[in-house]
Design a protein around this ligand. Structure first.
Ligand SMILES: [Zn+2]
Length: 371
């Protein structure tokens, strides 16, 4: 799987034409170069080269490319999965984007890590609203909606979701342990035993915290349209990324209780569809599900220096629609990226190195022949 839609390019922030696909300094510069046109083109390049050399796979191999992943995949991946399910087609496993080979992202870890997403967090927008009688700003009420909302947000930030280990993050920490230095490696090697230690230090890193809890991002605030008018409603939007093991309803209830104020209405946003987190079978979460060996061979061929670890993807991908029709789901794009290259995803000057591009083609060639 891959998707060919992109997020909007901000005019004036790019040093090249975002849609020009310019080849310069050893890179292809283009919006979507990493996210995820590269995987799409690499997969098709490999398939075409194999087909024209006379190769015939032992099993059926399907390609599913969506054009609306950035807007939830309702018209692309969801329809594709439904079409396949309707014809009784079942997959041993599915591969989509969602993670990559990361280089120097985790402090103290020098080995590049091929992080294969086996679990995926859910997505939920929550609206907090406080109503009040609108009117002239010269006669404000004693308790104002904005103040009530502000207090609710403050309470919520002081009552975060609890930390917990999912099956995939437990495997991830265990397998990461040999590559991490010092005392940390001992705690990582036994994440259940040392969970309090792991959790105590997790808040210092947003990346680690995101792996261990449902996160609440406060993203939008609104009140009155005019400076001299009392708002009829003060509203905040929270974007939650739900940890596997939690549900949409359970998360709404948690937020409601954390705020503990009946004046604040807590509801799922009607403007953006929510989705439940995607768990993995115990086997897949341990990094030994169907297709894992073929993936390992393909990663090893293109990125021999990388350690391969199961991982939990904190963003959402189109593959969640395919998870519903069964089989193992992996989220991994054959790209080696450091923090600076990763920051270009959904940012400015997104680009893919020619080196990464050919490693990607080789990845899919080995993967398809290993099926
Ligand atoms: Zn994206």
């Amino acid at each position: 799987m891959a998707h060919y839609d992109v997020v909007p390019a901000e005019n004036g922030h790019w040093t090249v034409d975002p849609f020009g696909a310019l080849v310069k300094d050893g890179y292809v510069w283009a919006r979507g170069a990493i996210d995820t046109k590269a995987s799409l083109v690499c997969a098709l390049e490999a398939a075409e080269a194999l087909a024209s050399s006379g190769f015939r796979p032992q099993r059926d191999l399907w390609f599913a490319f969506g054009g609306d992943e950035e807007r939830s995949g309702m018209l692309g991946a969801r329809e594709a999965a439904a079409w396949l399910a309707g014809r009784g087609i079942r997959f041993a496993w599915t591969l989509d984007e969602g993670s990559a080979v990361t280089d120097g992202i985790l402090p103290g870890v020098k080995t590049p890590l091929a992080l294969v997403g086996v679990e995926e967090k859910g997505f939920l927008d929550i609206e907090l609203t406080v109503a009040q009688k609108p009117g002239h700003a010269s006669r404000p009420p004693r308790v104002q909606a904005v103040a009530v909302l502000g207090r609710a947000l403050d309470r919520l930030s002081r009552r975060p979701f609890p930390f917990s280990l999912t099956p995939a993050t437990e495997t991830f920490f265990k397998e990461l342990a040999p590559f991490a230095g010092g005392i940390r490696s001992l705690a990582m090697a036994h994440p259940r035993l040392f969970a309090p230690l792991l959790f105590a230090s997790a808040d210092a890193s947003p990346e680690t915290a995101a792996l261990l809890r449902t996160t609440v991002a406060m993203t939008q605030l609104s009140g009155s349209k005019a400076d001299n008018v009392l708002p009829s409603e003060a509203k905040a939007v929270l974007n939650l990324r739900i940890l596997p093991g939690w549900t949409i309803d359970g998360s709404l209830e948690f937020v409601r209780r954390a705020i503990g104020d009946p004046r604040v209405r807590v509801s799922a946003s009607p403007s953006r569809a929510a989705n439940e987190p995607v768990s993995a079978s115990p086997e897949v979460a341990r990094g030994c599900g169907a297709g894992w060996a073929a993936l390992g061979a393909a990663i090893g061929a293109s990125f021999p220096e990388a350690a391969i670890l199961p991982y939990m993807v904190t963003a959402t991908t189109d593959s969640r629609h395919f998870a519903k029709i069964g089989g193992a789901v992996y989220r991994f794009a054959p790209l080696k990226l450091d923090a600076r290259e990763l920051a270009r995803v959904h940012g400015h000057d997104e680009r893919i190195s020619l080196e990464n591009f050919s490693a990607g083609i080789e990845f899919y060639r080995v993967l398809i022949t290993a099926l």
